[in-house]
Design a protein around this ligand. Structure first.
Ligand SMILES: [Zn+2]
Length: 293
């Protein structure tokens, strides 16, 4: 050691310290010392979850190519409710194609009924399995994400989702914001919102503008995530949830130009502290929205 120059000796000391520190981190991880949230990933500012419901044809014709161009992820929530209309809604083959192209496929139930009551919750397991089976036939893995049909939810159905292996479920802006109002909904806070009651921050109705959209996503900071709910772009069969392609393009361009991270619902899993899920007061709520679908 006496042959080492002072600079080299410093280097050796730093190397030893760094290794000791690495070793102590490793030991702490093995024996479970440290903050319970140590494994949790922090939510970056400007995180936006993009979801599109009801298997509308324009989602593969217009939305998917646009998102690919921008390198954005998204979740498509599939219900069979309208799929017999092959002109306006996706086929199972097209759903499989969206999966192959890297988008998340979520379960939105077979009939799109409200599942807020104990009676309806008793039929939910069957409806989830019907979707799983149809997806399996075209090579799509069993979904881990779910969207409450018509934004209706209740405590009995939450238990069914858990037993079925659903990890993440998106609700609407209700009960905080009445259905149909153009207002900013609650942001997702993984420390407050239960993983099966993830609120919608922005629900796209025909009265939306780019200015309103900017307000919706502006809250995506300080650990909070903006969750967006769209239907068809356009949606000619369900005009009350129509989004014009031009407005959708402007919204997506705004996210791209301003450095937002646009992710699928499944990508939120890494932000949850799974052994310590939040005790959300909504777990005891029963919400039946007045929405048509
Ligand atoms: Zn729906």
């Amino acid at each position: 050691m006496s042959h080492l120059r002072p600079g080299a000796w410093l280097f050796v000391r730093i190397a030893i310290q760094r290794n000791l520190s690495l070793l102590s981190t490793l030991v702490a991880a093995i024996i479970g010392i440290g903050a319970p949230c140590a494994a949790q990933t922090a939510v970056p500012d400007k995180t936006v979850v993009l979801t599109l419901d009801d298997a509308v044809k324009s989602q593969i014709d217009f939305v998917a190519p646009l998102l690919e161009k921008l390198n954005f992820k998204a979740t498509f929530f599939i219900s069979h409710a309208w799929m017999d209309d092959k002109e306006h809604f996706l086929t199972w083959k097209e759903v499989a194609e969206l999966n192959r192209r890297g988008f998340e496929i979520g379960n939105h139930t077979w009939t799109h009924a409200p599942f807020d009551t104990p009676e309806k919750a008793a039929t939910l397991e069957h409806e989830l399995t019907m979707i799983d089976d149809a997806l399996a036939k075209v090579g799509v893995p069993k979904p881990v994400s779910f969207a409450w049909p018509g934004d209706n939810f209740g405590p009995e159905a939450i238990k069914v989702l858990e037993a079925h292996g659903i990890q993440l479920a998106r609700r609407g802006m209700q009960p905080e914001i009445p259905y149909g109002e153009i207002r900013v909904g609650p942001l997702l806070d993984v420390k407050k919102n239960y993983s099966l009651l993830i609120p919608t921050t922005g629900d796209s109705y025909p009265g939306w503008t780019l200015e309103h959209f900017k307000k919706v996503v502006a809250g995506a900071k300080d650990g909070k995530i903006a969750v967006l709910q769209f239907h068809g772009v356009p949606d000619t069969v369900h005009p009350w949830v129509n989004t014009l392609p031009e407005l959708f393009s402007q919204c997506m361009d705004y996210l791209k130009e301003n450095g937002y991270h646009v992710i699928a619902l499944r990508d939120v899993a890494k932000y949850y502290d799974w052994p310590h899920l939040p005790d959300d007061p909504m777990l005891k709520q029963r919400v039946n929205t007045a929405r048509k679908k």
